[in-house]
Structures are given as structure tokens and as C-alpha cells.
Design a protein around this ligand. Structure first.
Ligand SMILES: *Cc1c(COP(=O)(O)O)cnc(C)c1O
Length: 427
């Protein structure tokens, strides 16, 4: 495949002439590595996927400005691509705010400091750099902000949660919307603090879009209450929770959100509507390819826990990325990745599948990536492919036990590159 390299920020991105996908590129890189006796795991970031998700967002939620949630994956190329597409950013710490400001990725009115319980020195830092928009959900925080940054533009976060979400957030953040929220609006007004809007987060990996409907209706009510107290309410922040690797599910969410924002916040009212998608942009763009470093045959019963399988064969594989690396999402994000052999079976490698456990490389028993799956026989040195590994993975990876997280490669096709950068000189 012919390609050239271009820089996105400081990083080289391969630009391919034709259409490319992660798995095809993984084939090429894995083949090359095998020849060079390099068995290290690698990550691939497909920037086309990021752009496609952005365009789909614009199409399906044209009234909602995405502010990408940096914590989901703070990869500099991902951040730069999103910035070049024109998204804003949701930051939760001084370091995340600095990442956006230092890289000149967005003006300050496209940054929201979306953490309801902030470190005091971080609030001072936000004031110094004029990052005005910030969330709060309790009176003590209101007093804290009043003391440190009285000009801040506050967004009140309410708790409306889908209890079936992959990672519910309503227990930790957000105030009760019908009794407590109006009191907080009242307290803010009495202190002379500006509340500009309402935010919520229905839970990361939301499964029930009705949570958005309920939250938007609460927000409407609070807009009216806030306005009656002379708050200049103009910002609705519908948070995160959008699916990243299920287009049909996203469309269902978008349709419900569209209907409800049009009903409760008609365009004529000129409310600025933003969202804080993380997973939506990061998940599907990244795949991880690992190498099998060890393989053992075991009685299948050891995997299936079924005594009837004791005279059948099962296999345990140990690969060189695991729960302490990219696969920490199993613990922190409650996401269960599913891998497959990167290369198909052949005359030498039969396609018959066996009960299989896949382990990470460290000496910890917790480091188990797939407890019970089905896979053809794999040999040491073969590659496993894991799609949808971009959300809440790289950001938390450690090098525990001396196993380094994968290195990343970035690519985009030429059509997408032209779409993004054709107007600039030099490309
Ligand atoms: C984590 C987080 C997000 C992103 O959530 P996703 O489910 O990944 O879209 C958005 N807003 C806030 C305040 C968060 O804490």
C-alpha cells in the first residue's frame, strides 16, 4: 500500500492512498515485525474513524457542540485531530487544561472545567488562564469558587442517571434535581455568583437513552427557576455516555436527544448546547495487537469448569499486553475486550476451536484478559487482534513488572487528509 507521512502536531501520521482499516494495517505491521523478530505489542489509531464519528455527530446532533472528554484518551494526535475538527474540550484537572492550552487546541470558551469537586489551586490556575466555565454540585464548592474565582461562569450539575450504565456516575456527582438544585441556584444568586446553565452525565456507557429525556426535562425546569432569579441561563451541557462502537445505538440516542432538545429548548431560544463525549470518539478508532509469548495445553475442564470436559483439550495463552497495560479497561471501565487471531487458520493451523483462556504477561493472577473464549490453536509468536480499544485504556496503562504498554501508529486515508487540511498551505 502506498503511503506518505504527514505531521499531526509533532507526530508522524501515515497517509494512505486507498481506503484502509486497522486490521489490514495490523497484518502489514505484524508480518514485518515477525520478520524482524520483534514481538512487541502495538496500537493502531485510525484517524478516519475519528473524523467519521465527528461527521456523524454533526449530522445527527447538529445543535450540540461536542467538547471531547480528555480523560477518556489524552493521546496528543487524537486531541490535535479533534481540535482541527473544531471540537471543544472537557477537562477535569490543571494538567488536562494545560494540555489544551499549551497545544493551542481550543480557545478558552471551548474549554469546560467539568469537575464538580475541584482542587483549590486548580481553580486559581483556571482563573489565571481565563477558563471560566466550570461545574459545581454543592454549596461548599460554590463557596470555594466564590473565594477563588468570583467571575467564574458556573454550570450546575444535576444527578440523573441510567442505573444500567457500564459505569454509573450519579452516586459520586450531581445534586438532586428537584429540591436541592433550586436551592443551589438561590444560594448562587444570593452570593452574586453567575450560573450560566445546567449539566448532567447519565453514566458512561449509557444503555437507556430515556435518562437523557428525563435529564433534559429537569434542566428545562431549572432554566426557568434560574432565570426567575436573574441568572443568565444560556448553556445546556448534556454530558457524556454516548456509545463508541455501535452506530445504530448512537442513532437511537441521537434521535431521542434531538426530539427532547427541540421540545424543551427550541432553537428560537438560542441556548448553547454542548456535550462531553469521551468514549464516542476514542473507542472504535484504536485497536491493539498483541503477541503470544507462551501457550499451554490444559484439560478443557480447567477452563469450562465442567468435569465432563476433563478429557477434552483446552488452551491457555499468555500475551504481552494485559490488565496492567491497555486491558486495565476490564477493571476500571467494566469493558470486556474480545480478541481474535490476526491471521486466519491455514493448512498447517487447523480452524477447529477450543476452550481458551487469555492471560496478560505479568505474574499476577488478576491479569486475566479473557476468562473463557473459543479460539483456534495459537502458537508462540502469533498475533492476537483486539478492536475497540481506545476508550479508558492507554490513559491508565502501567509498566508493572517491566512490561511496557504498546507503541502506537497513526494513519488516515488521503481523502480524509484532504478534507481536513486541503485549505492549508503546504499540504
Ligand atoms: C468521564 C466523563 C465524560 C465522558 O464520558 P463518556 O461516557 O466517555 O462519554 C464526560 N463528562 C464528564 C464530567 C466525565 O466525568
Amino acid at each position: 500500500m502506498t503511503h506518505r507521512f504527514e505531521l499531526v502536531g509533532d507526530t508522524k501520521v501515515a497517509i494512505f492512498d486507498g481506503h484502509v482499516d486497522n486490521e489490514i494495517i495490523a497484518h502489514t505491521i505484524a508480518t514485518y515485525r515477525t520478520q524482524k523478530k520483534n514481538d512487541e505489542p502495538f496500537g493502531l489509531m485510525n484517524l478516519n474513524t475519528v473524523v467519521e464519528h465527528f461527521l456523524d455527530w454533526k449530522l445527527q446532533l447538529p445543535r450540540v457542540e461536542p467538547f471531547y472528554a480528555v480523560k477518556c484518551n489524552n493521546d496528543p494526535v487524537l486531541l490535535k485531530t479533534l481540535a482541527d475538527l473544531g471540537t471543544g474540550f472537557d477537562c477535569a484537572s490543571k494538567a488536562e487544561i494545560n494540555m489544551i492550552l499549551d497545544g493551542n487546541l481550543a480557545p478558552t470558551d471551548k474549554i469546560i472545567y467539568a469537575h464538580p469537586c475541584k482542587t483549590r489551586s486548580f481553580i486559581e490556575h483556571a482563573r489565571k488562564y481565563n477558563v471560566k466555565m466550570m461545574t459545581f454540585d454543592n454549596e461548599e464548592e460554590l463557596q470555594k469558587i466564590n473565594g477563588l474565582y468570583p467571575d467564574a461562569e458556573l454550570v450546575l450539575r444535576i444527578a440523573v442517571s441510567d442505573p444500567s450504565a457500564q459505569c454509573p456516575l450519579g452516586i459520586k456527582f450531581g445534586c438532586e434535581p428537584s429540591e436541592v438544585a433550586p436551592k443551589l441556584l438561590q444560594k448562587s444568586a444570593a452570593m452574586g455568583m453567575k450560573v450560566i446553565g445546567i449539566s448532567f452525565h447519565v453514566g458512561s456507557g449509557c444503555n437507556d437513552p430515556a435518562a437523557f429525556q428525563l435529564a433534559i426535562s429537569y434542566a428545562r425546569n431549572l432554566f426557568d427557576i434560574g432565570k426567575s432569579m436573574d441568572h443568565d441561563m444560556y448553556l445546556l451541557d448534556i454530558g457524556g455516555g454516548f456509545p463508541g462502537n455501535d452506530h445504530e445505538k448512537f442513532s437511537r440516542f441521537a434521535s431521542i436527544i434531538r426530539t427532547n432538545i427541540d421540545e424543551y429548548f427550541p432553537p428560537s431560544e438560542n441556548v448553547r448546547i454542548i456535550a462531553e463525549p469521551g468514549r464516542y470518539f476514542a473507542s472504535a478508532s484504536i485497536s491493539i495487537t498483541t503477541n503470544i509469548i507462551s501457550a499451554t495445553k490444559v484439560p478443557a475442564s480447567r477452563i469450562t469448569k465442567d468435569d465432563g470436559d476433563s478429557d477434552k483439550d483446552g488452551y491457555m495463552y499468555y500475551m504481552n499486553d494485559g490488565v496492567y497495560g491497555s486491558f486495565n479497561c476490564i477493571l476500571f471501565d467494566h469493558f470486556q475486550p474480545t480478541g481474535r487471531p490476526l491471521f486466519p487458520s491455514s493448512d498447517i493451523i487447523p480452524s477447529e476451536e477450543y476452550p481458551t483462556t487469555v492471560w496478560g504477561p505479568t505474574c499476577d493472577g488478576l491479569d486475566q484478559v479473557e476468562k473463557e473464549t473459543k479460539m483456534r490453536r495459537m502458537q508462540v509468536g502469533e498475533w492476537l487482534y483486539y478492536p475497540d480499544m481506545g476508550a479508558y485504556t492507554k490513559v491508565c496503562a502501567t509498566n508493572f513488572n517491566g512490561f511496557e504498554p504498546p507503541t502506537y501508529y497513526y494513519f488516515m486515508d488521503n481523502t480524509t487528509w484532504s478534507y481536513m487540511y486541503a485549505m492549508e498551505n503546504g499540504h
